[in-house]
Design a protein around this ligand. Structure first.
Ligand SMILES: [Zn+2]
Length: 196
């Protein structure tokens, strides 16, 4: 599902070329490295890394899953949902769905995160408070298929996701792009003839 060979990746050292070598010096623990100071804190503390959106859609969705046929899990999820709404009212929390919906194959509820600070606080909090439940943390970059597969992060056991819908939407988009491209090529051909 998250086959890394399906995608290409920017060089991690893009923008950091031609620098003097890193020092070999160690910290007082004798193990970790002394790093050269950076000019400023990484912008990742303030804004989500491109192409993750910083807009109203929310940079990340967190989907918290439960087996809707397991009374104890339903109870835990219901109580967790209430706790999230009370402790993190600034986050966007949706209804608790006691059945599969969209690509989600069991019951779940969804919380949206808008800033790196919210991500840092909520995901760290959820590591403890998710209890027996699994959670999917996925970015919103405009590529739904990749966001739910190669760019997804799981807390707890990964769950199956029905991403066929995203795949079909992507294929439809590609088909339309190719059609438009062919249309433009045809237009170009006609204009060329006109000039002669
Ligand atoms: Zn989502």
């Amino acid at each position: 599902m998250a086959d890394p060979s399906l995608y290409t990746y920017p060089d991690p050292l893009e923008g950091y070329e031609g620098l003097p070598p890193l020092p070999d010096e160690r910290n007082a623990d004798g193990k970790s490295y002394v790093n050269p100071p950076a000019a400023a804190l990484s912008s990742a503390y303030d804004v989500f890394t491109s192409p993750i959106t910083n807009g109203p859609r929310g940079g990340f969705d967190v989907h918290i899953y439960f087996y809707q046929t397991d009374a104890a899990q339903v109870e835990y999820a219901t109580r967790l949902w209430e706790r999230v709404r009370r402790e993190f009212p600034e986050l966007r929390t949706y209804a608790l769905f006691p059945r599969p919906i969209g690509p989600h194959v069991v019951g779940m509820f969804e919380v949206n995160l808008f800033t790196p600070a919210q991500f840092g606080a909520f995901v760290a909090w959820l590591v403890i408070h998710r209890g027996p439940l699994s959670a999917l943390v996925h970015p919103n970059t405009g590529d739904d298929l990749r966001d739910h597969t190669q760019r997804a992060t799981w807390l707890g056991e990964p769950m199956p996701l029905n991403v066929g819908l995203f795949r079909r939407i992507e294929e439809e988009r590609r088909r339309r792009r190719e059609e438009e491209e062919r249309g433009r090529e045809k237009e170009k051909g006609k204009n060329g003839e006109g000039k002669i």
